[in-house]
Every structure is written in C-alpha cells, then in structure tokens.
Design a protein around this ligand. Structure first.
Ligand code: G3I
Length: 385
C-alpha cells in the first residue's frame, strides 16, 4: 500500500503505509500540505482537464449523471466523456420513465443512455428501480395484488434485460420521508403500500438474483442537513442498513445523494463523522447526486459562484477523508440541465433566477466549483489503494 499526498509538489509519493501510518502522516504533513497546496493552486491548474483523472489520484471515481442532453448537445456530451470515470442516468431508468402510460415498458431512451456510456467505456450506475416518490399516475388505481405482481415483474424484466452491462443499480431510492408520518419514518407510495417496509429487502434479493454481477445500492438524501429532517433520516438509514446486513440481504453500497442545501444548515464535519459511522458497517459508500443549492446565496454571480465552490470543497474534504468512499457523482455537469431550474420556476414563475449549482455554467465554461472539486482531489491523502 502506498499513500500519495496529492498537492505536496507534483505527484509526490510518500512511501509505504496502512491506515496507522496514514494517520501519522496526516498529522505531520498537514502543515506542508496547506502551504504547498496554495502554491500548487497558484500554478494555474487548468480547469478543463479530466476531473475523473484527478479523482483517480485520490483512489476514487468521479463523474456526472446525464439524460438525453448528451444526444442534443455535443458540448455536454464532451464534458461527460472528459470528466467521468463513472456515470449514470438522471431519469431514464426510473419506473415512471420506463412505464409512463402502463405496465408495458419503453426501453428506447434507457438503451440509448446506456449505449452512450458503453461506447465511452464508462461504468454505468442505473437509478432507480424503486422510489416511492413520483409514482407513475396509472399505478394509483391498482390493487395491492397487482402492485405486488408488477413490482416483481419490474425487477426481473429490467435488471434481467441489462444484466452484465450495468455496473451498479440504485435498487431503492429515498426509503425515508419523516413528513409522511409513517412508523419508522418510511416514505409512503405504491411499493410501500404493496409490501410495507419489506419492499426494500425484496427488491435487493430479487435484483441480486436477476443480475449477480451488479453492485446494489441503497440510496438516501437529506443526511447532510443539520435540521430535523437530517436528524431523523441519519439514524433511520444506519438502522435500516444494519438490519438488512444482519438478515443477509445483498446490499453492497450506501449511496448518499449529496444535494447540499445550505438554506437548511449544513455541517460538513458532522457529516464526515456520520459517513465514518456508516463505513463501520462494512459497506462501501458513494456520493450519487452531488450539487449545491445557490438559491439563497447573493445575487452577484462572482460571490455566488465562490460560495458554491466553497461548499463543494468543504463537503469533499470531509467525504474524501473516509476510506470507504469509492465514487463521487454530480447530478448533471452544467447549469444548463439542473433540477433546480424547475425549483426556481416553481418559486418564481415570472422571473426565475437561473440557478448555478453545478461545476460548469450554461455556456459550458468551468466555474470556481470545478477548480474546488479538483483541488479537493489533489490535496486528499490517498487512502484507498
Ligand atoms: O421532460 C419533460 C418536459 O417535456 C415537460 O415539458 C416538463 C413539464 O413539467 O417536464 C419535463 O420532465 C420533468 C423532468 O424532471 C425533466 O426536467 C419532469 O416533469 C420532472 O418530474 C422531472 O423531475 C426529476 C425528478 O427527479 C423526479 O423524477 C428531475 O429531473 C430529477 O433531477 C430529480 O432527481 C431527483 C433524484 O431522482 C432523487 N434525489 C433528488 C433529485 C432531485 O429532485
């Protein structure tokens, strides 16, 4: 094992280490790192080199999720290819996108989305098999027996169809919703109505049977929030993962979305400590949907971009200190395509403020967030090799 101190001079390698050695190095070299990082950043690291390559130096993968924009916008496609050593869909593999009108699936777009990644030889994470939010409207009229049948059929058909071609599946997304008022704070929706909390275990077991080679992810949001929602979801997620593991359910990874929303309060250091607790369960961890809500930040774009960049940096510094983190994925790459545009329109339909939550702006130019992400990768101790 070797520990690399990225940022301490050009690719300087610090020989031989395990976790103990790494801790010692971390303390004694922290000062050097701070000083040399500054000088390294001053050497104008280009913001357009591959972030995936920077991440590799830190022992993790980096990438961005996408949908059809890669077919409509060559610049967008180029950014995804350039930066991603892992990628995935935004929407195309969701139940309501595969089956918008009824049980018959339309795989046309999901096939194209996956083919793009396959051609670029980027491992693909499909999201998500089951999410109780945004149910396809036609599901509302079905009986429990019909929902149960459709649930099983969905796993078998979809996971089976892509078996061997998808690196990882987000099997269950956002199991918790404290505001729904259910025991155990489970999120209400059709799949919960069909099986109760047992839908989660059932989905994982069935997915493993349909594709034994895919890594299976339990994904949740809100955990970085310093409010009541974060405080409720963090222990619920840890408890669920613990129970699933105890019962031999094939969960490989916990995905944390990482939609950083400073308006609710964020405590990056406490979040890092929570990730370390999750890591103690023995599962790998991933950040699956990273972006930064800038809606309450100052209007001045320079100031706002700087604050967004600071959030990325503070978040990643904590995340990258956890050895079980294996990848970081942003929820899109350019502000041209972000779910926050819909949020902004809902908040102010007359004159929505264009949101700037992602590393590239709408003109596909890198923003300070790009440099901040790169700097986080270049200054991490390399704990994973
Ligand atoms: O494409 C249609 C467009 O043709 C139509 O004119 C327009 C009218 O509303 O809708 C467009 O589709 C919308 C789509 O986003 C693309 O913008 C859907 O209505 C809207 O429901 C959909 O929202 C997605 C949302 O999940 C629900 O599936 C967002 O793109 C997507 O970013 C968001 O992602 C979620 C993750 O899955 C889970 N974690 C939170 C994250 C953000 O909410």
């Amino acid at each position: 094992m070797t520990a690399t101190l990225r940022g301490a001079g050009a690719g300087q390698r610090v020989a031989k280490s395990g976790p103990d050695r790494r801790r010692m190095l971390a303390g004694s070299l922290a000062m050097i790192m701070t000083l040399t990082t500054r000088s390294r950043l001053a050497q104008a690291t280009p913001d357009d080199g591959s972030l995936g390559r920077s991440a590799a130096g830190c022992g993790v993968r980096f990438g961005a999720a996408y949908d059809a924009e890669v077919f409509e916008d060559a610049g967008y496609a180029e950014l995804i290819r350039r930066h991603s050593t892992v990628t995935g869909n935004l929407n195309a593999f969701k139940y309501d996108w595969l089956r918008p009108k009824g049980p018959q699936a339309d795989f046309h777009m999901a096939d194209r989305i996956l083919a793009f990644a396959a051609e670029a030889r980027i491992p693909f994470t499909a999201t998500t098999l089951f999410w109780n939010d945004y149910p396809a409207p036609w599901l509302k009229h079905l009986s429990v027996a019909e929902l149960r049948r459709l649930f099983d059929a969905h796993v078998d058909e979809v996971v089976g169809r892509y078996a061997g071609r998808i690196a990882a599946w987000v099997v269950v997304n956002e199991p918790f919703a404290p505001w729904d008022g259910e025991p155990g704070i489970y999120r209400k929706g059709p799949w919960y109505a069909a099986f109760g909390p047992g839908y989660i275990e059932r989905a994982f077991r069935r997915a493993r049977a349909a594709d034994p080679s895919a890594r299976l992810i339990l994904n949740e949001g809100f955990c970085e929030r310093r409010d009541d929602i974060g405080a409720a979801v963090r222990p619920a997620l840890r408890g669920l993962a613990r129970r699933l593991l105890d019962d031999g359910v094939p969960v490989d990874t916990i995905g944390l979305q990482g939609h950083i929303q400073p308006r609710y309060g964020v405590d990056h250091v406490a979040y890092g400590a929570y990730l370390a607790e999750l890591a103690d369960l023995g599962l790998s961890l991933e950040i699956t949907e990273l972006d930064v809500d800038d809606s309450r930040m100052p209007g001045d774009i320079e100031v706002r971009d700087r604050q967004v960049a600071e959030q990325y940096r503070a978040f990643l510094d904590q995340v990258l200190a956890v050895p079980r983190i294996r990848s970081i994925m942003t929820w899109g790459i350019s502000d041209r395509t972000t779910w926050y545009s819909d949020v902004a329109k809902a908040e102010n339909p007359v004159s929505p403020r264009p949101p700037r939550p992602l590393p590239y702006d709408r003109a596909m130019q890198p923003k300070p967030a790009t440099a901040a992400i790169r700097a986080a990768f270049e200054t991490c101790l390399e704990p994973r090799r």
